[in-house]
Design a protein around this ligand. Structure first.
Ligand code: AMP
Ligand code: GLY
Length: 427
């Protein structure tokens, strides 16, 4: 099979690495990819949102399947774009239809969906410009911290958590009045704060049945002990010790099964991944958010643990025969440490030469924001999140030790990483 994978992060390098091991693979293309994906496939300089150019590449390279890494092409309807075009409608797109991607693309839709199927989630109400007074009244009924969420995609910046009622009211009013996130902030959700510990649970579905993939915990804050600004993710571990049978059973019965059933009931065409961002509140799972794709950096920990041939799984999804597949998971722990650029997650430095990757032993390196210097061939930094170092261990501590040892060997000016990944999971 000729495969086109869309995206350019550590998630996509991990997927490309796994796909490259498939016995079904002929040629792998990645659009736009990074310096890591260029080592195992052919990068195409096409934006993930440029659907006409993606179509052209599919025809030119006789692509048999398109795999979508990030959420925006899904929310903007790449699945439906393919289905509606007679020239490419037979090329399966692994990822949901735009209707299905609303689970991530509209928090209001997701909350209403959960309400309809009695899926545990934080109590909430949705407001717009015309209901600001009611929103302020609702805020008064809640206890701090206050959680505000822009309805649509807001590049990871759409959630505001505030300890002060006064600040929450100011933020709430200004998000709506100033259209802070463009059309994404036409509606704002105010919800109850859930106290607990978060984890990411993933399933793959063919729209009829589903399989549970390894779960992971990610570390979103820039600073150690979960302090400072939110980032796209500073590291991850899989499995998650508190995701024991009792917790996962509840997640399955109360959240995963009703979600799949809800999608079927509503006739929503959904193939691909569902990412359940869950909060463990005293042993009970609540949905914080849905995503219509895999997580980053969770993918860098979970995909190495998956022992199945990934293209065989995607084929089963595309032909709606997932039920007969058996998921096999490496029992060891995988731990991922993300190396980032100086300044990240605010304005960061770029184009720093990266060295030392070749001296890494015993870990997997997944590139994220990297590029090859076209003149010198050197690998340079080209993003805030630069590289993920993933290692296996019989224990989390062993896996982390290997990742940290190799994280030291990779060098570039301004390299930064968190040295406490997994700190909250050590017993
Ligand atoms: P997001 O930008 O959607 O990934 O959300 C940012 C983060 O806000 C989540 O990962 C949670 O840590 C936190 N969060 C969102 N909603 C809630 C909630 N209702 N209670 C507690 N924390 C929340
Ligand atoms: N790691 C969280 C995300 O991918 O959204």
């Amino acid at each position: 099979m000729n495969i086109l994978l869309l995206g350019s992060g550590g998630r996509e390098h991990a997927l490309a690495w796994k796909i490259s091991q498939s016995s079904l693979l002929s040629r792998l293309f990645i659009a736009p990819g990074n310096a890591g994906t260029a080592l195992i496939g052919t990068n195409l300089a096409i934006s993930v949102l440029d659907f006409p150019s993606i179509k052209k590449a599919v025809l030119e390279h006789q692509i048999n399947m398109v795999i979508v890494g990030p959420e925006d092409p899904l929310v903007y309807g790449i699945y439906d774009f393919f289905l509606a075009d007679p020239q490419i409608c037979r090329v399966p797109v692994i990822g949901p239809s735009a209707k299905g991607a609303r689970l991530e693309g509209s928090k209001d839709f997701a909350k209403q969906f959960m309400r309809r199927y009695e899926i545990p989630t934080a109590r909430y109400m949705t407001f717009d410009k015309t209901t600001i007074t009611a929103g302020i009244e609702f805020l008064h009924t809640l206890k701090p911290p206050y959680v505000l969420k822009a309805d649509g995609l807001a590049a990871g910046k759409g959630v505001i958590i505030s300890d002060s009622l006064e600040d929450a009211i100011t933020e709430f009013t200004s998000i709506l009045m100033e259209n802070r996130f463009g059309s994404a902030s036409e509606k704002v959700i105010i919800e109850e704060y859930l106290h607990g510990i978060e984890l990411s649970v993933f399933v793959i579905t063919d729209g009829k049945s589903f399989k549970i993939l390894p779960e992971a915990k990610d570390y979103k804050r820039i600073g150690e002990r979960d302090t400072g600004a939110n980032t796209g993710g500073m590291g991850s571990v899989s499995p998650v010790p508190f995701a024991n049978d009792s917790f996962m059973d509840k997640a399955l019965e109360q959240i995963i099964k009703p979600t799949i059933k809800g999608l079927i009931t509503e006739g929503i065409d959904y193939i691909g991944f569902i990412f359940f961002g869950l909060m463990n509140v005293n042993g009970n799972p609540f949905v914080i958010e849905y995503n219509c794709r895999l997580g980053d950096p969770e993918t860098e920990s979970i995909i190495p643990r998956l022992q199945n041939d990934l293209l065989q799984l995607f084929n089963a999804v595309a032909t709606r025969k997932l039920e007969r597949e058996i998921i096999q998971i490496d029992k060891r722990t995988a731990a991922t440490v993300m190396l980032v650029s100086k300044g990240y997650p605010d304005a960061y430095e770029k184009f720093k030469v990266i060295t030392g990757e070749k001296s890494v032993t015993g870990s997997l390196i997944f590139h994220a924001g990297t590029a090859a210097n076209s003149e010198t061939g050197e690998v340079i930094t080209n993003g805030g999140r630069v590289m993920a170092v993933t290692s296996f261990g019989a224990t989390m501590a062993e896996a982390l030790e290997k990742s940290y040892k190799n994280a030291e060997k990779i060098t570039y000016e301004g390299k930064h990483y968190r040295r406490d990944i997994g700190f909250d999971l050590c017993s």
